[in-house]
Write a protein that binds this ligand. Sequence first.
Ligand code: ZN
Length: 516
Amino acid sequence: MQQTTSPGSQSDSALRIRLQEALTGTSFQLVPASPVTTAAADWAMARTPGGARLVAVPAAGRAGALAEFEGEWSESNGVQVLVAPLTARNAAALRRHLPWLVPRSLPAGTSAGFGDRLGLATPGHVQALRAAGGSIAPVFAQQSIREMTRTGRSPQAVVDDATWGSFEAGWTEGQGADADHLKTAADITACAAAGFTMFTIDPGEHVDPRAESAGPADLRAAWDALPWEQLEDSAPSMRARLAGRAFDVEGHRVSLDEGGLMKAAVKYGRAIAHVKTMFRHVCDVKAGQPFDLEVSVDETDAPTTPAEHAFVASELRRLGVRWASLAPRFVGRFEKGVDYIGDLAAFDADIRVHAAVARAFGPYKISLHSGSDKFAIYDIVAAHTRGMVHLKTAGTSYLEALRAVASISPGLFRAIYEFARERYDQDRASYHVSATLDGAPAPTRLADADLPALLEDFHARQILHVTFGSVLTASRSDGRRVFADDLRSTLQAQPEVYRACLERHFVRHLRPFAGR
Ligand SMILES: [Zn+2]
């Protein structure tokens, strides 16, 4: 990714020695990948008895450049040292000094979104990216408003956790930040203010599923009732423009006869109007700053046909919407945390044409939502999208956290699994999952050593996947968290265990896309 400023090129060892000297007499441990130097200071992350801290040693005469940080100054061997907590104010100040930590719009080409519900996964994501090779542009900060609500995190906290994680891992190659599944203008405003650069508009509530089954009279009535004014169109002009139209996309004939047009318009017309409104709102709040818009209709019941995709794209274009990626609802089932369920030949035929439509009307990227663990289709997706693809994973970094906890602290993991089973029937409501409680091993029948294997069990995996919000926010009567604090401190005590789990998991996701 393009950089506005490059990190300092000074030799790593000289930099480490200077920082190490500045920390003489403390028990602080430098995080090895983190040291970086700029004209104003040497910077690093350090583990301290009180938790992780930012350490900065200003260049001679430059201490004033660090005035915006909050923290404690000391002097050691004649050099001044700032030790600063990982606060929002310090994250913002650090981004001003290290501009490669500022989220930015993504380049064309392959990109991947890594959701991180705990805010501790970025160093592991970086390790996976490095191990996978290739040039996949990452999105570390990626949460939907629903996920933020369920985990009690603010948009700013999500961005800041990715800032600290990237800094800790020494990631200087840029990153996007995805405000996922946005449904309202107010959420866009809040996420833009926090520094998000990718806005995934989910108009799913405006997709009309009745179009699939409505008879001719009902379809006609729904067509007449479309919000024509918002669509800046009229029924006769849309019919004249599109009925009987055939798009030739790379040899595939994608056509809309009169009935097909009415069905597509009834199904997606209100969604298109909504996306237009949201897009214009993003333009307003970003005020000329670059951003990436994603249009996602993946969470609808019926698959998006290639003709419907072409209809949506041509109408969004007519309305002046500019988007970087689009997530159709593909054939088959994209359940959380498990492999693709469906006919691979049918999926191949489906995405082949969707990718061609995306090239013909863009080019823009095809976005693969619920993209984690879909190992059966990665090669197919990579082949047809030819590098114009965004792979979006969300909850499996949390599952990898649980895998790490299962090996470090079996008792904590067992308690989480028992609680998740109690919550599953309620929490599954808003997700595409088919696991059953009976299908998952009962906790009483498992020895500690068997617990990590639950993360390979279809049923246990989905049960753990969809209950993250309940687990992370469960509180005792005195307000303390039942699991969340122990979960975080367990992972932070042995960060290399969590990083290794994430690397192993994500390398398998990234490799199929890394060579293109
Ligand atoms: Zn999605």
